[in-house]
Design a binder for this molecule. Structure first.
Ligand SMILES: Cc1cc2nc3c(=O)[nH]c(=O)nc-3n(C[C@H](O)[C@H](O)[C@H](O)COP(=O)(O)OP(=O)(O)OC[C@H]3O[C@@H](n4cnc5c(N)ncnc54)[C@H](O)[C@@H]3O)c2cc1C
Length: 382
């Protein structure tokens, strides 16, 4: 057993840390306050090769793995998780990478690491969140292609994306609920496509989140992801197996950044004539925080490493995503506590960590859904 990262992985980690430390703090507060996506930084991150590292060389990426992608996610989120979502401008590309036709791979994937396009995936609907198989947006077949109608909500990059993979109902007559959907790629400049940014999110406000309305949006048949209809739900589960680990690692990054701030503050803040870090009550907190982070990181690394070895373990992936979120929320709660009243004020940047961390427990499957997946695997329920 070898717990060491390779030299290349350490270089990527170091480069991502330097880039984030040098550039994120300048824009983080303004992007949070104004709820704006940092387009310039996204372009820069693409130029430096941080975006879409898991995309094969044949399609314009460096052909690295999900572990490398996750290492970058940690380093970006350690400095600022909201700005760090520039990494997730490839969201949904996993559909194309895993199931797309050769023409789709060649047409769309190279644009992402080059910073020439942003994408997203529109799954969630107002009445279909955790229950993904209840998605009701329809893709009706006409002579020349699909006609899409319906509403999606909470779509990351929804109002800034160039194209989006949309989960649609195509085979309503199928008996099995999970065989009724297809993933269809929609270019956002098509007539009938309307996206509105959702404002006043709790956290991650540098990330664009939108509601999308499809009103007779026409796309050609070749925009279907894969060769046959009815595979969309199963494709999505495979996509989640790739995306969830990086989200968990984002949680690890938030927690790590917070811990470092808490350590620094514990050394400098004096009460009762001593630095608060000399009190055992604070020391216990720091020790527990560090232990939780180490455990979450190890879990995420293992899940990502296995993924890159082609060993897909949804139970382990769900553990990594759940625990990454849980640790982020728990650790940041203590980070705020250690900063006392100053942790509660906007100008110290600690309350932003508190707001950002919570999303990890909701997005890409809530913590309850992750536990449902783990328990089903444990109990052998299909
Ligand atoms: C900022 C942000 C970005 C997002 N980005 C995207 C995106 O890019 N694309 C996209 O499609 N979606 C996106 N989402 C949506 C996100 O994935 C959903 O919010 C999430 O899956 C939960 O769905 P819901 O909000 O409808 O909650 P619900 O499914 O209504 O759940 C409500 C509560 O009930 C619990 N619950 C539900 N079912 C069960 C069960 N069987 N057992 C136990 N508890 C249960 C949930 O865990 C939760 O606590 C985003 C959300 C946010 C907030």
């Amino acid at each position: 057993m070898d717990f060491e990262l390779t030299d290349e992985q350490r270089d990527i980690q170091r480069a991502a840390r330097e880039f984030a430390e040098k550039t994120f703090p300048d824009v983080a507060e303004a992007c949070d306050l104004n709820e704006t996506f940092p387009k310039g930084l996204w372009k820069k991150a693409c130029e430096l090769g941080f975006v879409g590292v898991f995309i094969d060389e044949a399609y314009g990426g460096p052909g690295l793995g999900f572990l490398e992608h996750s290492l970058i996610a940690e380093e970006f989120s350690r400095v600022d998780a909201g700005i760090g979502t520039i990494l997730h401008t490839t969201l949904g590309s996993e559909f194309i990478l895993l199931f797309g036709r050769e023409e789709q791979k060649k047409k769309y994937l190279p644009l992402l690491p080059r910073g020439e396009a942003i994408m997203g995936m529109a799954i969630t609907e107002p009445d279909a969140g955790s229950d993904v198989a209840s998605v009701s947006t329809t893709a009706r077949k006409e002579d020349s292609g699909y006609v899409i109608n319906g509403n999606k909500i909470f779509v990351t990059n929804g109002s800034i994306a160039d194209f989006i993979v949309v989960l649609c109902l195509t085979n309503e007559e199928e008996n099995v609920k999970t065989n009724r959907h297809s993933a269809i790629l929609v270019e956002t400049d098509r007539e009938g496509f309307e996206a509105n940014q959702l404002k006043r999110k709790l956290g991650m406000r540098a990330s664009d989140t939108a509601e999308i309305h499809f009103s007779d949006v026409r796309v050609p048949f070749e925009n279907l992801i894969g060769e046959v209809e009815g595979e969309g739900f199963h494709q999505l589960m495979a996509v989640f197996n790739r995306t969830r680990v990086a989200v968990g690692m984002g949680g690890v990054g938030i927690a790590q950044g917070g811990l470092e701030k808490a350590i620094q503050y514990s050394k400098q803040r004096k009460q009762f004539g001593s630095p608060i870090g000399s009190f055992q009550g604070i020391q216990f907190k720091l020790a527990e925080m560090a232990g939780l982070i180490e455990a979450a990181r190890a879990l995420c690394h293992k899940a990502a490493w296995m993924l890159d070895q082609g060993k897909i373990d949804p139970k382990l992936i769900s553990m990594a995503k759940w625990f990454g979120g849980e640790v982020a929320v728990k650790v940041i709660d203590e980070v705020v506590q250690i900063h006392g009243g100053y942790g509660y004020l906007g100008e110290y940047g600690i309350e932003r960590l508190y707001r950002d961390a919570k999303l990890i427990e909701i997005v890409e499957g809530t913590k309850e859904i992750e536990k449902v997946i783990i328990a089903k695997e444990l109990l052998g329920i299909r």
